[in-house]
Design a protein around this ligand. Sequence first.
Ligand code: AMP
Length: 410
Amino acid sequence: MKILILNCGSSSIKYKLIEMIGEQTLSYGIMERIGMHDGLLYHHFQKEGELKEKKLVMEIPDYNIGIKLIINTLIHSKYGVINDEKEISAIGHRVVHGGEKFASSVLIDADVKQDIRDCIELAPLHNPHNLRGIKACETLLSGIPQVAVFDTAFHQTMPKFAYIYGLPYLLYQKYDIRRYGFHGTSHRYVSERVSELSGESIEDIKIITCHLGNGCSISAIEKGKSVDTSMGFTPLEGLVMGTRCGNIDPTVVFHLIGREGLSLSEVVTLLNKQSGLYGISGVSNDMREILQEVKANNSRASLALEIFCYQVRKYIASYAGVLGGVDVLVFTAGIGENVPLVRQKCCEKLDFMGVKIDKEKNELAIGKEAIISQQSSKVKIFCIPTNEELIIARDTKKIVEILINKETKN
Ligand code: AMP
């Protein structure tokens, strides 16, 4: 069974085609600059046992044409990996917001599309594009089942006291204002993977997962279920990120409007796009560049790095309190997987709760699965590359198999 995974953004589409026998990636890529004359497609494909790359530049006026081009590329005689689009058994879509409606992945039908539409208010920058992708596939790959896998679903297990804010309760009832949490598929993947790697049942371990990429979030996981997470009503809450500010006193917003004369939408842009590592350092949102500047004794870059790691450490200690202890700590995503210095700094001073990182193992763990704690560490520390697409593919396969079974019984 071959499953196409789509992650549709405002002007980009990420895709992956996975052969579920052996869970092997046949092709993956990203289409950028949709809606522009100089659209780009970076396509990677397996041919004769080798991973190859093809870059295509073309006009991509809209989503339908974009997805059509991706399909054409997948079936292309030279750089395609399948002969016919009918070889695609199902499509799995990453959908950012499922509100309170979805605690797990679902087969997409008219009702589900309406529910995704209803959540647009909660995720205006994401859900509309996810829907556009779904509709384009309905037209272009008619009859192929589509599944929605929500970023928020994994966190639907949080207890009410973890997701209700200290605001008038009426606002939750009227406008669904609460903590939702994001990066759910990533937190789910690494927590399941760490249970496999450590050979311990997920039911028996308390896990803290640190997804540190351009967006960052931490989750506390008990018996395989998310019980708290740092992102909130939107992905702005929690840690300092690439360009997002994370937790601040909400009064700052009013102060900015008064003192800087900014409009509300300008403040939203400032908090989401001009803050975080980028805003503090004045250099970049990219950790690689921050690290270079730190080496060059740039004090603002050093401050950005310190703040970033300090906040992760604060959350780790606080989530140990949430869980009543911790057995496993996981680092994942671009920074978590690749930057030993960040992992080391995030674990500083945590020996009191049994977190002891192994310097050498940590230095060697770059972009690969590894245990990076000392033998004597009570808490096992892991570096695990995330694989959100695999979770989407597995959920899609499960749902489609149920559908096929039902159809054959009828
Ligand atoms: P993500 O959002 O998961 O793609 O992560 C993006 C972040 O990871 C950026 O801050 C990158 O600088 C950082 N990153 C990715 N690869 C590396 C690497 N090899 N070394 C340092 N930082 C990296």
